[in-house]
Design a protein. Structure first.
Length: 154
């Protein structure tokens, strides 16, 4: 069930709060290849099954780091229901790390914590501490400080 944030007052009141997690999903080889095709990044550790079997320490195709990061945007609204805002934009990221590879067949989910919230003109800027967790993994696939700007509804 998504965490509901109602307008700027709700946003401000939840600063520093764990907001929840998305449902588990499975990383597929087809998704990895589609990302490789979209970006032109066909490095063998992602797409060459034969070479991976012989040379990769991971034993399976791994998702690109930026594919893993993009899962934050893909699951953001699975975790949150935002009401009372005219517009919400992804403003960027302050810090991104990939502590563990997300391999084909791994189950993953997004967990969010709301960090600092501050006024930015007519907007509110919120830092969402995003973690792409790997089911059963000791380390997450991605940790990122994602910056969103939210414009309150008039």
């Amino acid at each position: 069930m998504a965490t509901r944030i109602d307008g700027k007052d709700g946003l401000l009141s939840l600063s520093g709060t764990a907001l929840g997690s998305s449902e588990w999903a499975t990383m597929t080889y087809e998704r990895i290849v589609a990302f490789a095709d979209a970006t032109g990044d066909h490095q063998w550790i992602h797409v060459d099954r034969e070479r991976i079997a012989k040379e990769s320490p991971y034993g399976a195709p791994i998702a690109h780091g930026y594919l893993t990061l993009s899962l934050v945007a893909g699951h953001f609204f699975d975790v949150l229901e935002l009401a009372g805002f005219a517009m919400i934009i992804n403003y960027g990221a302050n810090k991104v790390r990939f502590p563990s590879p997300l391999k084909e067949g791994d189950r993953y989910r997004l967990s969010l914590t709301l960090g600092e919230v501050k006024e930015a003109g007519a907007w509110y800027e919120a830092i969402f501490l995003a973690t792409i967790e790997i089911e059963g993994g000791k380390k997450p696939a991605c940790v990122a400080e994602c910056v969103y700007r939210l414009q309150p509804a008039a």
